[in-house]
Ligand binder design. Sequence first.
Ligand code: SF4
Length: 350
Amino acid sequence: MNSKKIVYVGNVPIGGGFPVVIQSMTNTDTLNSNATLKQVRRLYERGAQIVRVSYPDISHRESMKKIIEGSPCPIIADIHFDYKLALSAIEIGAHKVRINPGNMPKKHLLKIIRAAKEKNIPIRIGVNSGSLEKDILKKYGHPSEDALVESMQRAVKFFEENGFYQLILSVKSSDVMSMIKTNMMLKKIFDYPIHLGVTEAGGLLRGSVKNSIGIGNLLLNNTGDTIRVSLSDSPLYEVDVAKMILRSIHINSNSPDIISCPTCSRTTFDVIGAQKIIEKRLEKSNKNITVAIMGCVVNGPGEAKEADLGITGSSEMGIVFKKNKIIFRGSKKDALKVLLKEVDNYGTQD
Ligand code: SF4
């Protein structure tokens, strides 16, 4: 069971047993509202349910407002240091603000709390090594897991004492083991929704591995309510990887899966080429479909038959399977065409 408390970001519930929510963050210039809105829409179409946008400066106000108003999904305003930006974001309709309370004086936090209460929007409390209070850092000597958790306890206590409970908690770390440990500790102490992610995780390959281990491990231990895979790459991949993590651990079946063999000297079908084409075809799909792509007729048919759709081939021909039945035998080129048509139509004919 994840957190019992439910917090709504716009119309998206987080926690309370609702499905894990996928989020991502734009990397366009917030001042360029058209480019940012375009990216928000693409992220949303790809499967992000909420999107975070940096609000770095008050000169971005009009642009930020346009983004919030034009977005198809709730927008989180990412605020650093300046409480006035948080107040401005709340005023122009942000569905949530993300702040690091450790970086703000209490009198400023109070103003944010009041404004968020008035508009009935949640606040995500972020704690990281850079936002630790000086006395906590001194006590522990370095930003250890205990130090991060103590900082979070202090922040939560302050919000609760001031009657604010619409909180989402996040402690970020670029170290996977530390990220797992701190979030396990958070889960034991608090019943607020937890935001998971390995921060500054690296590029597509390394970042996907780190995030899959960190996020996957915690979700399998019933910890975490919303996730962001952070990658030094297109944020669209962040959404793809997030969907793949959820699908792999059977948390969310609203995304496709591909089973493809690693290829070997027996390979008689272009698995790698077909895999790329099919992956591309499925990138925006939210169909619960498994497609198998196998390189030979030795092991291929067995695996392909288990999937919803499958393709394999001998040196002469391509074979397409659908739910355990062969539906096409012919040229490899035509087999791929048949498979793609079946992928497009899957779930629409039954
Ligand atoms: S399915 Fe066939 S081609 Fe693919 S790895 Fe196995 S034996 Fe090799």
